[in-house]
Design a protein. Structure first.
Length: 187
């Protein structure tokens, strides 16, 4: 009998065919994690029925989710957090968590009903061991995440640039790792 304990299901809900609006799901038989859950660019310009479908889809993705990992604080990565169930755990860098906390001062706080937890290093969420890596991007506190289940490894970069002050942070990826990086709507 085959041992499925280390299998990871990988689903790109949004972001593979457009710029922005990223949402990726990683799941095992015991755990469900989302990485980013953002609004597509030009959301407000979409027909009302398209907007409603995007929101309903996001409600489904966030249902029974053990945690959401936020790569950085841009709306195309967090803009659908307002539909996540109350108390959903959200992991982000300390800097991103602070930006989320003060966001209500400047507009709608999309995260006030969520359990926002700063991550510095590694956390366990059920089957997943998740390690944060700083990356260079225009968003303060941007990061990549390494997700590990048994011997399976997936590195998610969010948005990343390979120049700037933090370019040295990710020059090589961990050995035997699947790398998911979104660049101009392509993976």
């Amino acid at each position: 009998m085959k041992n499925n304990q280390n299998n990871i299901q990988f689903i790109i809900h949004r972001g593979s065919h457009q710029i922005g609006g990223n949402c990726v799901e990683l799941a095992t038989s015991n755990a469900k994690i989302l990485i980013d859950c953002g609004l597509p660019l030009y959301f407000e310009e979409q027909p009302e029925e398209t907007q409603e479908k995007i929101i309903e889809d996001a409600k489904g993705w966030t249902h029974n989710c053990d945690a959401i990992f936020l790569s950085h604080y841009h709306a195309d990565h967090y803009g659908l957090f307002n539909v996540a169930p109350e108390g959903t755990k959200v992991y982000a860098t300390k800097e991103t968590a602070e930006l989320m906390k003060i966001s209500g001062v400047f507009g709608e706080d999309l995260t006030k009903h969520l359990d926002v937890r700063p991550i510095d290093g590694t956390v366990m969420v059920k089957d997943f061991r998740v390690t944060k890596f700083d990356v260079d991007h225009s968003a303060f506190g941007a990061c990549a995440f390494l997700f590990e289940v048994g011997d399976k490894r997936i590195l998610y970069s969010g948005d990343i640039r390979l120049h700037g002050k933090k370019a040295c942070c990710i020059k090589t990826s961990p050995n035997k790792t699947w790398i998911i990086s979104f660049w101009k709507g392509r993976i």
